[in-house]
Ligand binder design. Structure first.
Ligand SMILES: NC(=O)C1=CN([C@@H]2O[C@H](COP(=O)(O)OP(=O)(O)OC[C@H]3O[C@@H](n4cnc5c(N)ncnc54)[C@H](O)[C@@H]3O)[C@@H](O)[C@H]2O)[C@@H](O)CC1
Ligand SMILES: [K+]
Length: 505
């Protein structure tokens, strides 16, 4: 799914109004109906809604939602700024309709302090939408702060009020803190970055039928990896395949005390479908690797640390998990990179070694995939102020070096050399544990060996990794799930993918 800027959303809106055709107030009605339907099919334990409406079209959505929920039998209180009753055209239409309903009480924002937010009440935030032009101040700021202090469930319409859709807020900005955000048609960029994304709660994208023609013909550099993207990448395994069909992976890493990392990566490469999988590790890991991952063939890279990396043809290398940064390992990696041309995957200590010397960066073969977490990224490319700036820097570096950067985060970003960004939306905080990154390296290496393109391997890889983690969290909880559980769930993710990709009778 494309991520549109506010400007493009506005244009999509206008194009739909003109070409569907539909009036703008009808479009608001459609958007509000989508929200109201989601709300009454999901909110089973609450009977009352306190709806907070601003003066723009977001407020208009709020008025329409309030009316619809009232007609479904809920108790509704609507809060507005009675000192300033100047609304946008469509908001005014819906404000008037609401005023005609005697059963809904219209309250002033100042009444919030005496209001009974009882346990049956849900708060709906329709103060500001994508039209926010400055940080909320005065009464708006006060209302948002009071609402944020309430324990009632909170639903934002389109975007949490106070949040800018495309850019980062000031550090001390007042933003409504939602449990759910019902957003129209597209993910907004700010939802996908940690500084702002932490205010959305669960994001639900509602399809309000904006013109498909406009969406298809309008370019965007930002994408969310949704089911549609994955459906277009995933290839079912051919019936007449042999082990050579699915490529050869060599996972390189491990050092004394860090054999677990390389084992996780190797197991993941196996589970993700690589035809032949090798593990190149120091001898001290021989027994544990052969015992725990007998399907992988062992290649000796040294005694306690790797001191040589054998070059083989037609092979995809994934280098880094548990590698260590010993001098002899550094030498071995540099020597290997000096002679190696084809794209490979670099992670963890391989990246830490590369960040030791500016000249090493140039040794990364074009089209390679690097998978840094924020700290590794900083060591490689320097410090940035926030995740928006970090992404901009990553785009520049991906272009300059001609590589793919998988920037690991809550919503991991795959940045291509051409400047596209794919945000991943699978995965959960159960992955915030040592070992999770090693799994990702194994998966991406395996996919690249299976002849997925670099972009496909990175995009499908991060999605698979997150999806398997979501399955693991469901079974064991985010707290208790282990990286090994994530590897084991890969099978269930592939079963799902195959079911969707196979003709069903
Ligand atoms: N994009 C779409 O396809 C649709 C959008 N709709 C709604 O329209 C919204 C956008 O509406 P608008 O562009 O009218 O904008 P908003 O409803 O976000 O409101 C902005 C209004 O508040 C004022 N304002 C902005 N920042 C302020 C601040 N800090 N303090 C006080 N006033 C401030 C602006 O001058 C403007 O009048 C969307 O978020 C969505 O909820 C829906 O009604 C229908 C379809
Ligand atoms: K809102």
């Amino acid at each position: 799914m494309k991520v549109f800027t506010v400007e493009n959303i506005r244009l999509a809106d206008q194009y739909t109004i003109k070409n569907e055709p539909v009036s703008s107030v009808q479009l608001m009605e459609r958007a509000a109906l989508n929200c109201a339907e989601w709300i009454y099919s999901n909110c089973k334990n609450h009977t009352k809604f306190a709806v907070f409406c601003g003066n723009g079209n977001n407020g208009g959505d709020g008025f329409a939602i309030a009316r619809m929920l009232y007609l479904k039998g809920f108790d509704i209180d609507v809060f507005i700024n009675k000192d300033h009753l100047k609304f946008s055209d469509d908001a005014l239409v819906n404000y008037k309709k609401l005023k005609d309903i005697s059963g809904i009480s219209l309250k002033d924002f100042h009444e919030i302090e005496r209001y009974n937010f009882d346990e049956k009440t849900i708060i709906i935030d329709a103060l500001f939408g994508t039209g926010l032009s400055r940080n909320p101040e005065g009464i708006f700021k006060k209302v948002i702060e009071i609402l944020n202090s309430k324990v009632n469930p909170k639903i934002s319409i389109d975007i949490p009020s106070g949040m800018f859709a495309d850019q980062i807020n000031n550090e001390n900005a007042t933003i409504f803190k939602a449990d759910y955000t019902l957003t129209f048609q597209f993910w907004k960029r700010a939802f996908l970055h940690p500084e702002t994304g932490s205010f959305t709660g669960k994001v639900v994208v509602l399809d309000i039928n904006l013109s498909q023609e406009f969406i298809e013909n309008t370019s965007s550099n930002d994408f969310v990896i949704d089911d549609e993207v994955i459906k277009n990448i995933f290839k079912i395994r051919q019936d007449f395949a042999h082990k050579g069909t699915y490529g050869k992976s060599i996972i390189v890493g491990g050092s004394y005390g860090k054999i677990g990392a390389i084992m996780l990566a190797t197991k993941s490469a196996l589970k993700a479908g690589s035809g032949l999988t090798f593990v190149l590790a120091p001898n001290c890991g021989y027994e544990i690797l052969q015992t725990n991952a007998p399907e992988a063939m062992f290649m000796n890279g040294g005694e306690k640390n790797i001191n040589q990396i054998e070059e083989q043809e037609n092979t995809v290398y994934g280098i880094g998990p548990g590698l260590g940064t010993e001098k002899e390992t550094e030498k071995a990696l540099v020597k290997f990179l000096e002679n190696h041309q084809s794209p490979l995957i670099l992670d963890a200590d391989a990246l830490n070694i590369i960040s030791k010397d500016n000249n090493y960066m140039k040794l990364i073969p074009k089209k390679s995939i690097i998978t840094p977490h924020p700290k590794e990224f900083e060591r490689l490319f320097g410090k940035t102020e926030n995740s928006f700036d970090r992404l901009d820097l990553a785009k520049t570096k991906a272009k300059d070096l001609g590589i793919y950067i998988v920037l690991k985060d809550h919503h991991t970003q795959v940045i291509t050399p051409s400047g596209n960004v794919f945000y991943n939306i699978t995965g959960n905080s159960g992955l915030a544990k040592g070992g999770s990154g090693d799994i990702l390296t194994g998966i991406i290496t395996s996919l690249l060996a299976q002849k997925y393109s670099e972009e496909e391997a990175a995009v499908l890889g991060v999605w698979l990794h997150g999806k398997a983690a979501d399955f693991a969290a469901e079974k064991y909880s985010k707290e208790a799930m282990q990286p090994t559980d994530v590897i084991n769930e890969l099978g269930n993710v592939f079963l799902d993918l195959n079911k969707k990709a196979t003709t069903q009778l």
